[in-house]
Structures are given as structure tokens and as C-alpha cells.
Design a binder for this molecule. Sequence first.
Ligand code: NDP
Length: 311
Amino acid sequence: RQGTCIVTGASSGLGLATAKALAETGKWHIIMACRNFLKAERAAKSAGIAKENYTIMHLDLASLDSVRQFVDTFRRSGRPLDVLVCNAAVYLPTAKEPAFTAEGFELSVGTNHLGHFLLSRLLLEDMKKSDYPSKRLIIVGSITGNTNTLAGNVPPKANLGDLRGLSGGLNGLNRPAMIDDGAKAYKDSKVCNMLTMQEFHRRLHEETGIAFASLYPGCIATTGLFREHIPLFRLLFPPFQKYITKGFVSEDEAGKRLAQVVSDPSLTKSGVYWSWNKHSASFQNQLSQEASDAEKARKVWEISEKLVGLA
Ligand code: NDP
């Protein structure tokens, strides 16, 4: 049978390119989990994804109610769940004041981490029931959250600190940590994403057989992720990545990479953070010290459970 794969944030950039790459194989039905239905429909059409290969379902990760409603809607569809891709994200590098989710969590960590944390915890039950031979749960990471890289050393650097910001409910009162700066909040959210993937692996891989993975697909300098940045940055960033750092990757190529993590038979290992070398070959990359700290991963998991109402 066709596999069913949920991709969050499939209305643009990496998520859309991944949906397209998967649909083209004919082996997947993609649930495009998006906050803007019309935009998603237009995006799917203009990417040329065949109608029978996708379904759009509403999901706003900045609202935990919406996450729960999405899970209900998906369950009512009667489809099995074989692969979940947590891809959506916001990046607010020029924000002067923090913005907040419906529950009052800082918007970047609230959307990128907490929304996905609740979503993946709830949908794990559905994945357990699927008889698909190679079930996977993928959380998109980033080089910018890894301070063992050049890109991860551009200030402000990711640093979850002693988790005071997270355990304080990300409400802006418990500094330092996470919401002092929009760019840092994004990087911190990506550290949470990568820690969550590893904690899933430790807690649930053996019991469920699901492969948990994260990845850095390369710098996709042309996506909407940079929409909040100043115009000069948006103009210079793609050529800078293409010709100076040579880290640039097209949306199409990045989508193919993520699609590999979804379905390539050679990428089944659990607990891995995938990257690609300059010849576009995948390899298991090293995470920074903070992003691979098992004790921190456990704490982030436990605090997040409380914040999203699972504990
Ligand atoms: P885009 O901005 O193009 O895509 C982000 C997607 O997330 C959009 O579809 C957006 O929806 C969606 N989204 C944002 N907020 C919410 C929300 N509250 N609920 C539901 N969906 C939401 O950026 P990219 O494609 O670049 O980013 C995708 C992933 O790739 C992210 O996890 C990012 O961290 C990661 N990444 C990107 C890199 C890059 O260089 N671009 C490098 C490394 C990692 P809408 O269309 O409605 O705005």
C-alpha cells in the first residue's frame, strides 16, 4: 500500500519540496499539515503535486488546541500513520519584542518545539498502530543550533542555560534563556528539536521500532524562513551561501534530502542527525555538546510535558 506521511508546514520551502519529492515517487500520500489552507492548496497545485497524492489538514502549531484538533481530524480520516515529519518553523530575527502563542509561550520555541512536541507525542499512538515496515518520526534540526559549527557560532548563540526560561513557561519573565532575542529563540528551539529526537529514541525506539531522526538539509537560503529579515540580508544571503560558504542548497535538493530520511531504505537508523556532504551523500553528523546532552534532553522532555499538559 501507499505510505501515509504527515508533513507540517508543507505550504512552502522545505516542507513543500519534500511533499513534492515524496508524491513524485507514487509511494506516498502526503498530509500537508498547514495553518493557511488556501496558501497550501495553491502551493500544492503550483508544485504540480497530483490531487490523489495529498490532503490538506489545518494545523496551527502556535495553538495547542489546534494541535489536538488536527490529531482528531487526522484520526477521523481513517488513514494509518507511517511517517511524521515535524518541519514547520518560524524565525523572527529582527523582532524587537517577543511574540507569544495562544497559551502565552514565546512564539519561536512555542511553535517550533512545543507545538511539535505535543503533536508528535499524541501521534505516536497512531504510529504504533500502523503495520508499515519502516516507520519514522523526523524532526528538522539546524546547523545554527549546533555551536560545534561555524554557523552555530554566529552570535547570539544557542544556549538553553539551566532551562530556567523553559521551566518558567517561556513567558518573558525568566531570563536569561531563549527569549532575550528572536534569533536566539529560533536557535534554542532547534536545540530543543534535536534533543527531543534523541529523547524519543532513548525512550521509545526499542519498544516501538520507530526510527527517530533529525537532519540539517543544508542552507536553503531562498525559503520563506528569512521573510522577517531585513531586505539587504535577503538580497545578499543566497549569493553569500552560494559563492562564499558554499553551503547553499536549492529547495528541490533539500526536499529530496528530507524525502530520503522519510523513505530511503538505507536511512533507517534511529537516533541519528543526518547531514549531506558536498557530493550530496548523506552521513551521520555530530551534534554540539549541548544538543547531545542526555540529561538536558530528559529535562526538556519532562518540562515540555508539563507545559503542553501531558503530565
Ligand atoms: P519556510 O518559512 O519556507 O517554511 C516554514 C513553514 O512552516 C511554512 O509552511 C509555514 O507556514 C509553516 N509554519 C510556520 N508557523 C506555523 C504554525 N504556527 N503552524 C503551522 N505551520 C507553521 O521555511 P523553511 O522551509 O526554510 O523551513 C522549514 C524547516 O527547515 C524549519 O524547521 C527550519 O528550521 C528548517 N531549516 C531551514 C533552513 C534554511 O536554510 N532555510 C536550514 C536548516 C533548517 P506558512 O506558509 O503559512 O507561513
